[in-house]
Design a protein around this ligand. Structure first.
Ligand code: COA
Length: 273
């Protein structure tokens, strides 16, 4: 299992966002534990830079997002900035534009992404987690979108993902009350895929990431593209994209390698080509 802490660290947003890579796995850490990793605008932008860098790093095959400090994944947007940067509709629009641009990178990310959630996952933290492909949480985590407690309108993209994960009724219950739910309930309603004891969360998440990083990248890309199209309205589906990645896969050296490795009873070595 790669020990992330011993790998080179790149800091963004004055160290409030950290990036590591090891053995095909990229890790982005929200690192402002004193504020429960609340996201400032600078952090949103640093997050975007880290995402872009891991996207463009050919060695990285899967990206994990996590929070530092053990108490929170992300506790939402940094409310202390609101008075200055989000105090009315016009300011809010500019704020939303700048933070949404970073989330769009995650929404359209070409590589698999995993949210490793320990502790509070609230508001903008939920938005980030819901944009990843897979959510793994520790037993002691808590989830909620307190927009109604703050007077905030939650955007279309955030609600679209919430509704597609938990259905309209749970989305309404969560949004109308601003309530927090625990990991067991989050698992039951489909908000997270797996719940793990706190002390095993990181190891289990890395094990999943390593498995993904050793599988055939084009086959994973095909699954990612196709599942994204399934979620779209039929009229908006890009069936050509599904066909193209299907052809790329079946003509790939990796498909040959997968077949050969199986016949030779050895582990395949995939190159992503
Ligand atoms: N924005 C700004 N600061 C935040 C924050 C946020 N979203 N979440 C936590 N903090 C700060 C607190 O103000 C506190 O600062 P202080 O030490 O200067 O007083 C510090 O982080 C620790 O928070 P605290 O509330 O003492 O810790 P806790 O473990 O008891 O509770 C939370 C943690 C996350 C449940 C609680 O802080 C909270 O409810 N935060 C707001 C969540 C929210 O509404 N998010 C949606 C924003 S759109």
């Amino acid at each position: 299992m790669p020990d992330i802490s011993s790998t080179t660290e790149t800091a963004y947003a004055e160290g409030n966002i950290l990036k590591h890579t090891a053995d095909g796995v990229g890790v982005i850490t929200f690192n402002n534990p004193d504020k429960r990793n609340a996201m400032s605008l600078e952090m949103w932008e640093g997050f975007g830079e880290a995402l872009t860098s891991l996207r463009d790093d050919e060695k990285v095959r899967v990206v994990i997002l996590r929070g530092a400090g053990g108490k929170a994944f992300v506790s939402g947007a940094d409310i202390s900035q609101f008075e200055k940067v989000r105090h009315n509709a016009a300011a809010s629009e500019e704020y939303a534009r700048r933070s949404a641009a970073q989330r769009a990178l995650l929404a359209d990310y070409p590589k698999p992404t995993i949210a490793c959630i320990q502790g509070f996952c609230l508001g903008g933290g939920m938005q980030v987690a819901m944009l990843t492909d897979i959510r793994i949480a520790s037993h002691g985590s808590a989830f909620g979108i307190p927009a109604a407690k703050l007077g905030i309108a939650y955007g279309y993209d955030g609600l679209r993902h919430l509704v597609s994960l938990v259905g309209p009724s749970w989305a309404r219950l969560l949004m109308y009350t601003g309530m927090r739910i625990d990991s067991a309930e989050a698992l039951r309603i489909g908000l997270v895929e797996r719940v793990i004891p706190d002390d095993q969360l990181w190891g289990e998440t890395m094990a999943i990431a390593e498995t993904i990083s050793q599988n055939a990248p084009l086959a994973i890309k095909a699954a990612k593209i196709t599942i994204a199209q399934v979620l779209k309205d039929e009229s908006k589906r890009d069936m050509e994209a599904i066909k193209a990645i299907g052809h790329a896969c079946m003509d790939s050296a990796d498909f040959r390698e997968g077949r050969q490795a199986f016949m030779e009873k050895r582990a395949p070595q995939f190159s992503g080509r």
